[in-house]
Ligand binder design. Structure first.
Ligand code: ADP
Length: 376
């Protein structure tokens, strides 16, 4: 309605000016008609643009006049509230109505956040007094922003907790070492080794956290990367740990596979999958890594004959700090961040990770990535 009345004012002004022009004889009638036509077309265009903007906005817009009745509502408002109220009295949830009434009374902006059901969402209402006595209510869906905020809060709490444990152990080990140096120097090397072990764990967590925060900003997809070569190199690195744990490691990379991406991040992905496979496989078991082509996609497969992953945990193992067996993860030098890193790298490269597993039989992780177009 505001748009409509603005157009009416513009048109009236145009007419008034035109009449004045006729009286004073400044312009002839034909020129005047042409100008009026132009002005009318311009205001029609302006009205169409305003209408388009309001209709395509994701935020709901409700204009309540001084009489408390709805003067304008866009389609998004109807979506957010499940209908358009006839006036402020019919505005629900109640928190939105109170915000509009308060803004109308105090002539100051009011902001509220309210949870609604079916489907469950969080809405933010921003009521802004507009001249002369109307109120404009902007309603936004802030569910996703709130979810991300909660994830971030949880992450900070988890990270602090994960860091606190090795820090406390390091402090205790340092004190014990000092005492041992005074009272029992023979025991000192044992405490020094413990100190080093915990410091290493701490630095692994910090390194993984730094990798993760870098990966959250995306990977630089600048290089042509031979995924088969990356897998081969990482397998050579993992061989020492595998042999130490009595695990056989097989590599199968039958042909060159080229991706566009970051060799550093793809190496990180392979390293984490191999590290997990070796750590969760008992002596006598085996780990197989292969890179093959399936249609226009590269498939990196890391299969082990290890302990397996219970079905109920399979969805969650890619979450940060989620572990099936916390004690085992710690004991074997895990940080709980490895698979989260793997998932980020895969997604940054336009790919995905899939897992199949059977308890006591083994697990297979498949990373599917788009192949660089050979013609490019
Ligand atoms: P961690 O550092 O604890 O290995 P990850 O994020 O790499 O953390 O993995 C999360 C959890 O998923 C692990 O704690 C482990 O319980 C499970 N997991 C990952 N890979 C394997 C595997 N190959 N076999 C069995 N369990 C695995």
């Amino acid at each position: 309605m505001v748009v409509v009345s603005a157009v009416a004012v513009v048109a009236l002004l145009g007419w008034a000016r035109a009449r004045e022009a006729v009286r004073s004889g400044e312009r002839d009638a034909a020129e005047l008609r042409a100008r009026l036509d132009r002005e009318e077309r311009a205001s029609e265009r302006e009205r169409a643009v305003q209408d388009l903007i309001l209709r395509s906005m994701r935020d709901g817009i409700l204009l309540v006049g001084g009489d408390g009745r709805t003067a304008y509502a866009n389609p998004a408002l109807e979506t957010h509230l499940g209908g358009v109220p006839a006036g402020v009295g019919g505005l629900f949830p109640l928190a939105l109505r109170t915000a509009v009434e308060t803004a109308a009374r105090t002539r100051r902006p009011e902001t509220v956040e309210v949870e609604v059901n079916a489907p469950p969402r969080w809405l933010r209402g921003h009521a802004i007094p507009v001249d002369p006595d109307a109120v404009l209510l902007v309603v936004s869906d802030v569910t996703e922003a709130r979810r991300l905020e909660a994830v971030r809060r949880d992450f900070v709490a988890n990270a602090s907790h994960e860091l606190k444990t090795p820090v406390a152990t390091i402090r205790a080990a340092a004190e014990t070492l000092q005492r041992a140096l005074r009272e029992d120097p023979g025991a000192a090397p044992r405490f020094a080794a413990q100190l080093e072990h915990e410091a290493l764990r701490l630095s692994r967590i910090v390194e993984d956290l730094l990798d993760l925060s870098r990966l959250e900003a995306g990977s630089e997809l600048l290089e042509r990367v031979r995924l088969d070569e990356v897998a081969g190199e990482e397998a050579s690195r993992a061989r020492v740990a595998a042999e130490r744990g009595g695990v056989r490691l097989h590599v199968e990379t039958p042909s060159p596979i080229v991706l566009r991406g970051s060799s550093r991040d793809l190496a990180l992905l392979v390293r984490n999958l191999l590290d997990n496979a070796v750590r969760h496989t008992r002596p006598g078991g085996s780990v197989e890594v292969s890179v093959t082509r399936r249609d226009a996609e590269a498939v990196l497969r890391v299969a082990d004959t290890g302990v397996g992953i219970p079905e109920r945990d399979r969805e969650r193992i890619f979450e940060r700090f989620y572990r099936v067996d916390r004690a085992r993860s710690r004991e074997t030098g895990g940080t709980g961040l490895g698979l989260s890193i793997v998932k980020h790298v895969a997604e940054n490269h336009g790919g995905r990770v899939e897992v199949t597993s059977e308890l006591g039989v083994g697990s297979t992780f498949e990373v599917v990535l788009p192949i660089e177009d050979e013609r490019a």
